[in-house]
Write a protein that binds this ligand. Sequence first.
Ligand code: SAH
Ligand code: SF4
Ligand code: F3S
Length: 465
Amino acid sequence: MAKDAAPQTVAPASASASAATSEAGAAPRKLFIKTYGCQMNVYDSERMAEALGGQGYEQTDTPDDADMILLNTCHIREKAAEKVYSELGRFKQLKADKPDLRIGVAGCVAQAEGAEIMRRQPMVDLVVGPQTYHRLPDLMAQVDAGRKALDTDFPEEDKFEHLPKRPLPKRQPTAFLTVQEGCDKFCAFCVVPYTRGAEVSRPVDRILREAEDLVARGVREITLLGQNVNAYHGAAEGGDWGLARLIRRLAEIEGLERIRFTTSHPNDMEDDLIAAHGDCDKLMPYLHLPVQSGSDAILKRMNRKHTAAQYIALIDRIRAARPDLLLSGDFIVGFPGETEEDFQATLDLVRRVNYGQAYSFKYSARPGTPAAEREPVPAEVADDRLQRLQALLGEQQRAAQEGMVGREVKVLLEKPGRLPGQMVGKSDYLHAVHVETDLPVGSLVTVRITASGPNSLKGEMRPAQ
Ligand code: SAH
Ligand code: SF4
Ligand code: F3S
């Protein structure tokens, strides 16, 4: 895939300093960020808002009164990428009414398409990739000076070290924390290695500092993020640490009650991580472990580097360590060359593994990826397979949810429910649970599950909590 090389020179630091000072005392400018794609984008959006906070921007939840609109985009499937252009089209009138409105595109479409975005939509002022958004203040200074700004570099420096310290206010009880970025796996269908670059792990001490800060602000559950999070190998004193060691160390932080991680690759599920699922109480019994297909021929063509039998054996080992683990997965149907027999092998694998939760997608050819060169499966065949797979996965998901009825689970209350006196939170298994309680957000309560609805569970508080 053609990376947009040649990042444009960014304005000197002094320009951003003067832009920032000229804002001092002025009314805050309003920033509207819309986030697409994976959790890593959600995390990046928070950090971008923080970076622009120093430039006098304050977040708003509508584009209508915004002084700056930033789309944090996803390139994983064609639909996701095309959404960006239809969304930009919608902002045309806003820009016509308010010529000072700044429009920026960040994230994976920015990385993949670079200057092409400005060619297709000349009203875009700023394009910034996922590895350079720490330079946003300088890039905005460039825009303020009347120039377009483009930066899709893969820089030497660690962006996290150049971002402002995370702000002080109290936070929601759950938070994402990116520990690893990028991917070296090069699955034949996937753009991530091109949009996010090579695998990089953040050093242990910086992650611990960020986690401690989050906990000091009221966070009780942290989800460690990475495109390949279980390939984590972060620098620490005395050598690299793997993800399991990092999790065990995080579990020592007082006040941090729950740890999760996503997304993992089967080939990086090492023994100590499996063991941690068995013996680390704060590591939640939920694992997202995508397999994509149950056919060895397709797995090989996808460059997944494991067979269906190896995946199943791995699942058996993880379940031996943690029998109640709720397993989640990702599937692609209609990969080039997939026959009905290959698809049946996927259904067989799903029946054998039994997922409590799963995502399934129709294959989307992505420019620059090896699979895009191959003959596609007819759309109606792929549609039909997707429906059949989703019916099976849906049944398993419902059964897993219904299996919770009568059980006691812990729920971390995240927000008020729709009905008065009701709160919504997540169980250890990541099911949404509605509970009648007057306890505040952030409480970790024990609940008996009384009913299972289409998308959530209902639970009753155990008396005297
Ligand atoms: N790093 C993660 C996945 C990131 S992308 C992993 O390896 O599991 C999330 C999911 O999107 C993938 O698991 C895959 O199921 C799906 N996906 C990726 N590229 C796709 C494509 N070209 N077409 C359809 N689905 C795709
Ligand atoms: Fe994409 Fe494969 Fe890397 Fe996941 S492991 S991000 S699917 S290339
Ligand atoms: Fe999408 Fe980029 Fe995430 S392509 S899935 S936003 S890594």
